[in-house]
Ligand binder design. Structure first.
Ligand SMILES: Nc1ncnc2c1ncn2[C@@H]1O[C@H](COP(=O)(O)OP(=O)(O)OP(=O)(O)O)[C@@H](O)[C@H]1O
Length: 342
């Protein structure tokens, strides 16, 4: 890894409310290199946003330390804020101001000169494809356009590092894909380091260069999606049998687990499942056990999470309910795409 854009050691946040203590973030160590695109993944309440809010100086840590874009979050929060962009879970909706004016106001907030702000706003309007709506009031934009505006607002001062808290939550699949294209293009063009949280396993898998998995306030995995899948899960081989007796005998022979309502399905995790599958079939046939159907599939990040925690992230997300059609309004002014007063 080259220079570090983020390093955190023992970062901890404990909330106390109504006599209860919540250990939201427990002694997190992490490092992000210059130019990386890192996804922070985990179920609801895992502590992702709290970590982001500490790194962006919106929340003081209970203990631990972190350096962000070369500045210490405790000793030089203003320095951190000058160098980073932060797009929270709130959105830019509800504003009667026009898109272009919103960007100009943001530039003025950062103390950027008028001419430079206008040029920068025009550049961002172009790169984030906001040209057609640049003169419309923000409240008239679609969810995807609003998120792109949020990102433009977060980038007006050319930050070295951009934090995005669930940038695609609430968007339909098409808008999500479009937003991601913009994020990836931007990163390619500017080399900006991007650290984002997401609930979408497929997004993290396909687009992030590194995935950090968080659960119960701790980072439980940190690697490329490929390495995580390769090392933790292996390929998932599924074999079906005519009877539960055969399935049980097969499971015992190959070290698999019996599944299914009628206990006739065996799954086993094997590196290189495409090559392992014929071997299993041959070995079971030698033992007089006929496989009636067989599949193998590459593991997903959900399999990784399952292997690490015994729980499925996908199921937890489903229990948490579908995302809102539009992201909720910011409950806290500092959570919106607006910059924090420095
Ligand atoms: N201001 C607060 N006061 C008390 N508890 C809090 C506060 N903010 C967060 N928490 C708690 O800290 C834990 C971590 O919350 P956090 O928002 O960081 O999780 P998350 O991983 O970002 O979840 P989500 O994916 O739902 O946004 C949760 O149990 C949450 O209820």
């Amino acid at each position: 890894m080259t220079n570090h854009m983020i390093t955190a050691r023992g970062l901890t946040k404990t909330f106390r409310s109504k006599g209860q203590t919540v250990e939201a973030v427990r002694s997190v160590d992490l490092s992000v290199g210059e130019g990386e695109l890192v996804a922070f993944l985990g179920p609801n309440g895992a502590g992702k946003s709290t970590t982001l809010r500490m790194l962006t100086t919106l929340l003081p840590p209970t203990s631990g330390e972190a350096t962000v874009a070369g500045c210490d979050i405790r000793r030089d929060p203003a320095g951190v804020r000058r160098r980073i962009g932060y797009v929270g879970q709130g959105n830019s909706g509800g504003h009667t101001q026009r898109v272009r004016d919103e960007l100009h106001a943001q530039g003025a907030f950062y103390g950027i000169g008028r001419r430079e702000t206008r040029a920068r706003a025009a550049e961002l309007i172009e790169s984030l494809e906001l040209g057609q709506v640049a003169n419309r009031p923000v409240q008239q934009l679609s969810g995807g356009q609003k998120r792109r505006l949020d990102i433009a607002l977060g980038l007006i001062h050319r930050p070295e590092l951009l934090f995005l808290d669930e940038p695609s939550t609430g968007l339909d699949p098409h808008s999500r894909a479009n937003l991601w294209e913009h994020i990836v293009d931007l990163r390619r063009a500017t080399g900006t380091t991007i650290f984002l949280t997401t609930h979408y396993l497929d997004e993290a898998d396909q687009l992030a260069e590194r995935v950090m998995v968080m659960d119960h306030g701790a980072v439980i995995a940190d690697d490329t999606a490929w390495a995580l899948k390769e090392s933790l899960a292996g390929d998932l081989v599924t074999l079906s049998f005519d009877s539960a007796t055969d399935a049980a005998a097969a499971a015992a022979r190959i070290g698999g687990e019996v599944h299914g309502a009628d206990a006739r399905v065996v799954t086993v995790t094997a590196p290189g499942g495409d090559r392992a599958l014929p071997r299993y079939i041959r070995s079971l046939s030698d033992a007089g056990l006929d496989v009636v159907a067989a599949t193998h599939r590459q593991p997903t990040l959900d399999d990784v999470f399952l292997a690490l925690t015994g729980r499925s992230l996908r199921e937890e997300a489903a229990h948490a309910g579908p995302p809102e059609a539009e992201p909720a309004d910011a409950t806290n002014a500092t959570d919106s795409a607006q910059p924090v007063a420095v």
